[in-house]
Design a protein around this ligand. Structure first.
Ligand code: ADP
Ligand code: MG
Length: 232
C-alpha cells in the first residue's frame, strides 16, 4: 500500500461556526497507480489532497505515504516531505508570471536533485520550443504542461493534481490527461487526481467519490482506457 488514509477528520472554524469538512475518510492507492477523486464543489476534495501532500494538517486520523506517517511529522519534516516527495499540479497552473517557462521549472523545483535536466523535462511535456516564453504568452493547456514539468522534474514519489483540466476545453484536457498517463507509464509516478468529470475516472485504477466529506463510493477498474479514448 503506497498511500493509506484512515479515518481522516478535519474541521475548519470560521468565527463561531465549526464545520467538519472531512468526516472519517479512508482511501488507499498502490505504487504506480492512478487514483481519481470525484465529487461536487465544496465536498472536501482539495482539503483531502492538501493533507495527503502536507500542505494542510488534519485533526485526527492517519495518512501514510510510502511508509512515512505524514500525520506524525514535525512541521520541519513536513516541509521536507512536501518538497522532496510530492509534486503538485493546480487548476490555475500557479506559474510565476515574471519568470520564463525554463525558469519556472528550475526555480521552484529542487533542480540540483533532479534526475532530469530542464531541457529533458520540457521536451517530455512538449514545451522545449517555448523555454524562453513567459506564462502570459502561452495557452492554458501550455501553461498546465509547464506546471506539470515543474511538478515532475524532481521525480516525485507522488503527483497530486487538483482539477488539472478544470480550466481547459476538452481538447486541451485530453492532451493534459494523455501527458499525465505518459508520466505515470514512463516514470512510474503514482498519481492522485481530483476531477469534476466522471468520464476521466475511466483512466484510473481506483476511483473515490466524495460527498459532504465522506467517501460514498469507491471502485477498482480492472481495465483502464487511454486518455485518447475518453468520451466526454
Ligand atoms: P472541494 O475541493 O471539494 O471543492 P474543499 O476541500 O476546497 O472542497 O472545501 C471543503 C469545505 O471546506 C468548503 O465548504 C470550504 O468552504 C471549506 N474550507 C476549505 N478550506 C478552508 C479554510 N482554509 N478555512 C475555512 N474553510 C475552508
Ligand atoms: Mg477543490
Amino acid at each position: 500500500m503506497f498511500i493509506k488514509v484512515e479515518n481522516l477528520i478535519k474541521s475548519y472554524t470560521t468565527g463561531e461556526i465549526t464545520t467538519q469538512v472531512l468526516k472519517g475518510v479512508d482511501l488507499t492507492l498502490d505504487k504506480g497507480e492512478i487514483g481519481v477523486i470525484l465529487g461536487p464543489s465544496g465536498s472536501g476534495k482539495s482539503t483531502l489532497l492538501n493533507i495527503i501532500g502536507g500542505i494542510d494538517r488534519c485533526d485526527s486520523g492517519l495518512v501514510e505515504v510510502d511508509k512515512v506517517e505524514v500525520t506524525k511529522l514535525s512541521d520541519r519534516a513536513l516541509t521536507d516531505y512536501r518538497r522532496d516527495q510530492i509534486g503538485f499540479v493546480f487548476q490555475f497552473y500557479n506559474l510565476i508570471p515574471d519568470l520564463t517557462v525554463g525558469e519556472n521549472v528550475e526555480v521552484v523545483s529542487n533542480i540540483s536533485r533532479s534526475p532530469l535536466s530542464t531541457d529533458e523535462i520540457l521536451e517530455s511535456v512538449g514545451m522545449a520550443d517555448k523555454k524562453h516564453r513567459f506564462p502570459k504568452e502561452l495557452s492554458g493547456g501550455e501553461q498546465q504542461r509547464v506546471s506539470i514539468a515543474r511538478a515532475v522534474v524532481k521525480n516525485p514519489n507522488l503527483l497530486l493534481c487538483d482539477e488539472p483540466t478544470g480550466a481547459l476545453d476538452f481538447e486541451a484536457s485530453r492532451e493534459i490527461l494523455k501527458l499525465l498517463q505518459k508520466i505515470n507509464k514512463n516514470f512510474g509516478t503514482t498519481i492522485l487526481m481530483i476531477t469534476h468529470n466522471s468520464a476521466i475516472s475511466a483512466m484510473a485504477n481506483r476511483v473515490y467519490r466524495v460527498r459532504s466529506g465522506e467517501i460514498v463510493e469507491s471502485s477498482i477498474n480492472k481495465t483502464m482506457i487511454s486518455a485518447e479514448r475518453i468520451e466526454w
